[in-house]
Structure formats: C-alpha cells, structure tokens
Design a protein around this ligand. Structure first.
Ligand code: NAI
Length: 285
C-alpha cells in the first residue's frame, strides 16, 4: 500500500454489506492510513453487517438518514468530535428507487415514490454538502465524491427514475463544487461507475444482461467495486488536488464506445437481413 491517505479523516456513507462499493472504499481507505466514521440509514444498520466492517477498520458507526438535516448535523458534529477535527474526505454512496423496487415502469411512476427516491439518491448529496459547508467542516484541499451511473447522459430504459436522479446528482457536484472550491478549496466530483453486482445494482431489471453487455462493450471490461474503490482513494489523495466539478467515467472505456467487435459478432449470429426489393426505376424524360 502507498499511505496515500495517511493522517486523513473522512466520512463514508453507504456500506451495507461486503458487496457495497462503500465497503471496499472503507477497506482501502483503512489500508491507506485514513481514519473515518461509517454511516448508513438506521434501517440499513439493522439489516446489514456494518459492525463487522467497523471492527475491521477501527471505525465508529453513526446512524444517519441522508434525507434528514437533523441526522446529518448530528453526524457531522459527532464525526468531528470522534476524529478530532475537520474532515478531509467524504464518500456519498447512496442510491435507492422505490419505483424500481415496486416494478413501476418509467412511463407510469408513482410520484410519491419518485420523490422519495429523488430525496434519497440525489437531493441527499446537496443536503450533505450543505451541512458540511455551513459547519465549515471540511479541511482545505479536502475531497468529496459521489457515485453515479452513465444513465445520467444516455438512455438505459430499465434504469428508470434513477437516470434522472443521477443527472441531478452530477449537476449538484458542479454547482456546489463551484462554491466549495471558491470558498473552502474543497473539490467535488462524481465517479460514474460500471454496472456492479451489489444490492442496489442487482435491483435494476435485467441486471445480468446489463452487466454482460457492458462487459462485452468495454475494451477493458467492467470495473469492479474494488477497482472503483482504488479510483476513489486516488480522488481523496493529494495526487488529484486540482480535479474538481468533474463527472469521471470509471467504466473500462464503455462511455466512449459505439460498438465492439464482440457485440457485433453476437448480434450478427441471429441477424436475418431482409430481402431488399428494388423499386422499378421510373423513366424520367
Ligand atoms: P448498495 O446497495 O450496497 O449501497 C447503497 C446504499 O445506500 C446502502 O448502503 C443503503 O443503505 C444506502 N441508503 C439507502 N437509503 C439511504 C438513506 N436514506 N440514508 C442513507 N443511506 C441510504 O449498492 P452500491 O452499488 O454499492 O451503491 C452505491 C452507489 O453506487 C449508489 O449511488 C449507486 O447508485 C452507485 N452506482 C452503483 C452501480 C452498480 O451497478 N451497483 C453503478 C454505478 C453507480
């Protein structure tokens, strides 16, 4: 390991179980010398296995619903107390769509579910940053990262209302990132990750096909959760101090592909070209 985060203090949202991207980030941050607080929604703390991770990384767990300003205030106050000062890095690794869970089609949403999903997956990023900003809780040259997906830019029909949530999330990274950079010298970015087999990921309809397609399309193959953690660590380290307001694709090259030979070969296996009937030429005088 490289001691990339030696002496740095952080808050990591969203480690549910050992498949979670946030779980891998916590393990890697620990290996790189950071100390941090782990947090998740109270219900997730009851269902998940976060205490195992806390023990392994010598961290404390503070419950916080990321849609509650009261919980977030309490989390940030307690984190600074436990860690003995301001924060150097924050990971927002939170996502949930009630419409996806209930199988509602994108064109037929329950808007109360849409609002809940938006609050959890997107607005929560603004809330977290707003509380950090107001409390002046970030150290200069600190780094804030949220995880996103390419459905923010392109159509993936079964990603449903999460596509809109990710578009907002990425926009907030830019808009809030401006003020955080100007006023506090803190950088804010989103990492747009390959489909990854986690609890949130596997909830998306047709996820197996989704992941297999991306694997075949990407010249380097899909990025794993651990690889995403490595990239996130680099974004928390002092090696990326001037990277801000960016949506950074971490997807094995998928986002710049049109089609790969592997996908084309698969497609051509079943392709039956239609017989082309030529129109009789008119005799134009
Ligand atoms: P995960 O299911 O392990 O993590 C999602 C986390 O959000 C859970 O820990 C859950 O408890 C937390 N959460 C839900 N509601 C919350 C609330 N009200 N307050 C606080 N936390 C809450 O799944 P994964 O895949 O690790 O997700 C992490 C992030 O990565 C999400 O933003 C997801 O959209 C993003 N992402 C995932 C991809 C995938 O294919 N798995 C691809 C690209 C991005």
């Amino acid at each position: 390991m490289y001691n990339l985060l030696k002496g740095k203090k952080g808050i990591i949202f969203g480690a549910l179980d050992s498949k979670s991207i946030a779980w891998k980030v916590a393990e890697r941050a620990h290996e790189e010398g950071a100390t941090f607080v782990l947090t998740n929604a109270p219900v997730a703390l009851r269902l998940g296995t976060i205490s195992e991770l806390a023990e392994k990384t010598g961290s404390q767990v503070i419950p916080a619903d990321a849609t509650s300003m009261m919980d977030l205030e309490d989390l940030i106050d307690k984190s600074m107390e436990i860690l003995g000062g301001k924060i150097d890095f924050v990971l927002h690794s939170i996502g949930m769509s009630v419409n996806v869970r209930r199988g509602n089609h994108y064109t037929n949403q329950d808007y109360n579910f849409t609002k809940t999903g938006f609050d959890v997956s997107a607005l929560s990023f603004h809330r977290v940053m707003s509380m950090l900003y107001k409390k002046d809780a970030m150290n200069e040259w600190g780094s804030i990262v949220a995880l996103s997906y390419m459905a923010a830019q392109r159509v993936f029909p079964d990603y449903n209302d999460m596509a809109d949530n990710k578009a907002y999330l990425e926009s907030v990274a830019r808009s809030f990132g401006y003020f955080f950079g100007r006023d506090k010298k803190v950088r804010v970015n989103t990492i747009s990750q390959s489909p990854t087999p986690t609890t949130a990921g596997s909830g998306v309809k047709g996820f197996d096909g989704f992941i297999a397609y991306a694997e075949k399309m990407s010249p380097l193959g899909n990025a794993t959760a651990l690889e995403c953690a490595d990239y996130t660590i680099s974004m928390f380290s002092d090696l990326t101090k001037k990277v801000t307001l960016q949506n950074l694709f971490h997807d094995g090259g998928f986002s710049n592909m049109g089609v790969s030979t592997a996908i084309m070969e698969d497609f051509m296996k079943d392709y039956q070209p239609e017989e082309v009937v030529e129109e009789p030429k008119k005799n134009i005088k």
